[in-house]
Design a protein around this ligand. Structure first.
Ligand code: COA
Length: 328
């Protein structure tokens, strides 16, 4: 059983941060950032809540789908930057959009979150016949825990949200999800400091005494190495399950982390960059929101059309990765 994406939507905050804006905080320059990452600008949420961004994106996806929100059976929200530890961002969005018959939960698989959530949505639709539609909304404000003193990481991230409404269908669908927790300490942000008496020896606070609570720590080189291997691997492991080949794919829509990661992975796969949807130049890395943001932009610009075969490929903290190959 596959799924049909009925409608997509996205929302980004108004505030644009150019590469030059970072020169106010750290020693950097536009040329370095463009050539090392492909990023020119990104959006910043300021104090705009994550649930608000997700709600706006969800409303647009509902409008594009032409459905009544009361027909949504499940809301899955992906975020690493929820406004609250509890309740979930999904519960708040569920209320704001009037999805009064839906269950709701958050899913955190970092930048792979959207791929994990879309795969989860399909599984719910397969096993719950009374469920008609699932809303997957990816909402992130990485600026909340970006370390603006670390020039190697702060220039990468941006804020935004995007959503899709899905229903069951007999369209082609295959997926593969993976995780390598041994790499958890190369990309992380702590939320709460453990009480001293329960602190245990760990790869995190012992090895990184200088890192601050609530800020993102990244070992850029290690993450880069992981990413250039994970991107082709996630696609290949999903595709080989049903024998779909790279030549059959119309559009590759990868997590938007760094243009050099995408170019290296494209080369490894032997696929032209023309087949890759790229939005990181104007949005930067918006974690789990980056794939659906790129999808929404590609759909609305007429690039991705019904019947196209698309590959959605995520990778990120965890270290997690995931690939979905499906008919749009
Ligand atoms: N501006 C100017 N110089 C910078 C800089 C910046 N913003 N950030 C780092 N540098 C400097 C470094 O300090 C270093 O200087 P040194 O040689 O004097 O020590 C030099 O540039 C090279 O640094 P390096 O870390 O080797 O750069 P890089 O080519 O590996 O690029 C990243 C750094 C972060 C862009 C790259 O490693 C990367 O993209 N990693 C993956 C990150 C990612 O995608 N994370 C999210 C995954 S979901």
């Amino acid at each position: 059983m596959g799924i049909n994406i009925l409608g997509t939507g996205s929302y980004v905050p108004d505030q644009t941060f150019t590469n030059d804006d970072f020169t106010r905080f750290v020693e950097t320059n536009d040329e370095w950032i463009r050539t090392r990452t492909g990023i020119c600008e990104r959006r910043m949420a300021g104090w705009e809540p994550v649930w608000y961004m997700g709600t706006q994106a969800a409303l647009k996806a509902i409008e594009a789908s032409g459905i009544d929100p009361s027909e949504i059976g499940l809301v899955i929200s992906t975020t690493v930057t929820g406004d609250f530890l509890t309740p979930s961002t999904a519960s708040i969005i569920q209320d704001k959009i009037g999805a009064k018959n839906a269950s709701a939960f958050d899913l955190n698989a970092a930048c792979s979150g959207f791929v994990y959530a879309l795969d989860t949505a399909r599984r719910f639709l397969e096993t719950e016949p009374s469920m008609k539609y699932v809303l997957v909304t990816a909402n992130e404000a990485l600026s909340r825990f970006t370390d603006f003193t670390d020039r190697g990481s702060c220039i990468l991230f941006g804020d935004g949200a995007a959503a899709v409404i899905v229903e069951r269908s007999d369209k082609m669908f295959t997926s593969h999800l993976g995780s390598d927790g041994s790499g958890a300490n190369v990309l992380f942000a702590r939320s709460l400091m453990p009480a001293p008496e329960v602190a245990v020896e760990s790869d995190f606070e012992d090895n990184f005494p200088e890192m601050s609570l609530n800020k993102l720590y990244q070992n850029g080189k290690e993450v880069y190495k992981f990413a250039v291997a994970a991107l082709p691997k996630a696609f290949e492991l999903a595709a080989e399950k049903i024998g779909v080949t790279k030549e059959e794919i119309d559009w590759f829509i990868p997590h938007q982390a760094n243009i050099r990661i995408i170019e290296t992975a494209a080369k490894k796969l032997g696929v032209s960059m023309d087949k890759f949807v790229v939005t990181l130049d104007h949005y930067g890395n918006t974690s789990s929101a980056s794939i659906p943001l790129a999808l929404d932009e590609a759909v609305r610009s007429g690039k991705v059309k019904k019947g196209d075969k698309i590959a959605l490929i995520g990778f990120g903290a965890g270290l997690t990765y995931g690939g979905i190959v499906m008919e749009y």
